[in-house]
Design a protein around this ligand. Structure first.
Ligand SMILES: [Zn+2]
Length: 188
């Protein structure tokens, strides 16, 4: 079995990012509280259980869900192999229907050794290919491909997503350590 080795520097950055998400959620909930209080006191003729729970549902559950914090909290370290890529196209049409914008986002479908599947956003498609083994670190937004002599190429910084030559020890964009790797799990 292989184990993911993550340097302390990256654990600290991940802890700060998780804390930032909590603070963002706290601010969202505070705004939601003030707004829901306003709605309940000014829009409904009387505050009863039905309209109160309806308001709470739309004002609390939606920001919580949109913040993606539930997903990020129950996250963990994992590694797996890229099976394929999926492109999502979002089209934005303006009201006159003439002008439109398109936005593409690329996701990789990744399979862990235990069979569990993940979809993870890829910001630079040139750095990944199907068959690459990739590591995801708890709390971080970027996955990194594992480089070996049989699979050479650039490595990706888990902190900023920047591309780096394999001989570098620290990211050339953000100075984060690049030493995230798979090691053999010690027995006993
Ligand atoms: Zn970086």
């Amino acid at each position: 079995m292989k184990k993911i080795s993550v340097p302390k520097q990256i654990r600290k950055i991940a802890a700060i990012r998780i804390l930032e998400r909590f603070l963002l959620l706290a601010v969202l909930l505070l705004v939601a509280y003030v707004f829901s209080d306003y709605v309940i006191n000014n829009i409904y003729e009387e505050a009863n259980f039905g309209n109160y729970s309806f308001t709470l549902f739309f004002i609390y559950i939606i920001p919580f869900w949109l913040s993606k914090i539930p997903k990020k909290l129950f996250d963990r370290d994992w590694y797996g192999e890229i099976l394929s890529f999926e492109t999502n196209n979002h089209e934005f049409k303006f009201f006159d229907g003439k002008d439109k914008r398109e936005k593409f986002s690329l996701h990789a479908l990744i399979k862990e050794p235990n069979g569990k599947l993940h979809t993870h956003r890829i910001t630079n498609e040139k750095l990944f290919k199907p068959g690459d083994k990739v590591i995801h670190v708890y709390g971080m937004d970027y996955i990194t491909p594992i480089r070996t002599p049989s699979n050479p190429g650039k490595i990706v910084c888990v902190c900023c997503g920047g591309d780096n030559e394999t001989e570098l020890k620290h990211c050339r964009y953000c100075a984060c350590t690049l030493d995230v790797k798979l090691v053999d799990e010690k027995k006993g």
